[in-house]
Design a protein. Sequence first.
Length: 317
Amino acid sequence: MRTRLLVSGIALLAALQGCAFVTVPFVPGTRPLVENTVQGRGREKILLIDIAGVISGESRDSLGGLSQQPDHVARMKEVLKKAERDSSIKAVVVRINSPGGTVTASDIMYRELVEFKQRRSVPVVACLMDIAASGGYYIAMAADSVYAHPTTVTGSIGVIALKFNVKGLLDKVGVVDETITSAVLKDSMSPFRGMSAQERAIMQSILDELHKRFTDVVHSGRQLLDTQQVAALADGRVFTATQAHEAGLVDVIGYLDDAIHEAERRAGLRPGSRVVMYHRPNRYKNNIYSHSSVNLLTIGGDFSGILPFQFMYLWNP
C-alpha cells in the first residue's frame, strides 16, 4: 500500500513539473474604459458623462478596500482624453448629481471640460439631477446650456471650511493638548483649541478669495447675470429648480432626454442620435440612466479623504 502511494506521489510531482501556473487575482485591477451605446443609433455620437457623489481628488475604495476606483479628477481626465481621440463624438452631456467637494478638484474638473470644449469645438450641456450644489454647480458652469430636473436642488455658491473645537470635551476627560509648533500660527485650525482673532481673519481672507473665484466662474458661465446679481445669489443658499431658473442660474427645467435633445440641436445632429457612455468592462449599461460607476460603500458621501480639514465648495446641511 505504501509503495503504491509513493509511486502515485512521484507520478503527480512529475506531471506538475510540466505545468505552468497562472495566478488569477481575486479582485482584478482597474481596466481601461470601454464604450457602450445606451440610446439611439448612427455613427455620430453624444457622450454622456456622470459626475456623482462628493467631488474629491482622492481615490475611492470599493469591495471593502480590496480595489480602488480612480478619483473624480483622474476619471474626468481619462474620459475626456478618450473622447478627444474619437472624432465621432459631436457633443457632451454632463449629468451632475453631487453636493460638491474640494475646491481644487471642482476647479480642475471645470477647467478640463472648458479646455476639452475649446479643443474639440463641441457643445457641452449640463443636466442637474437630485443635487448639483456648490462644486457640482461650479462644474456645470463649463456647459453651454444648463438643464435642471424639476426636483433639482442647486446653488450653494460659496466656500466652507469645517472646524471642530473639542477642547471642552477633552478637558472633561483630562486630555491636554501639548502640541509643539515653530510659530504661533502653525497650528491654525487645530481642533484642540479655539481660534484667535488673527487666525480667524487669515482664514476668512482665504475663503473670501476662493469665494471670489467661484463667483467669477459663475459670472463667466451665466453671462446674462452681472456681477451684482451673482453676488446677491452667492450667499450660500440652495435653490429649487424653479427658483434657480427664475434667478437665471439654469437655462431650462427639463429631463435628461431634453438635455440630450439640446445637445443634438447644438451639434446639428438628427433626433435619435447615438448616446454613449464610457465604463469599466463588465459593468452593464442599457439606458441613459445607467451610472458610469457606483460605489455601494460610499453612497451618501465619503468624507474619509477630505477630513480633518480642507477648503470645500460643498453644500453641508
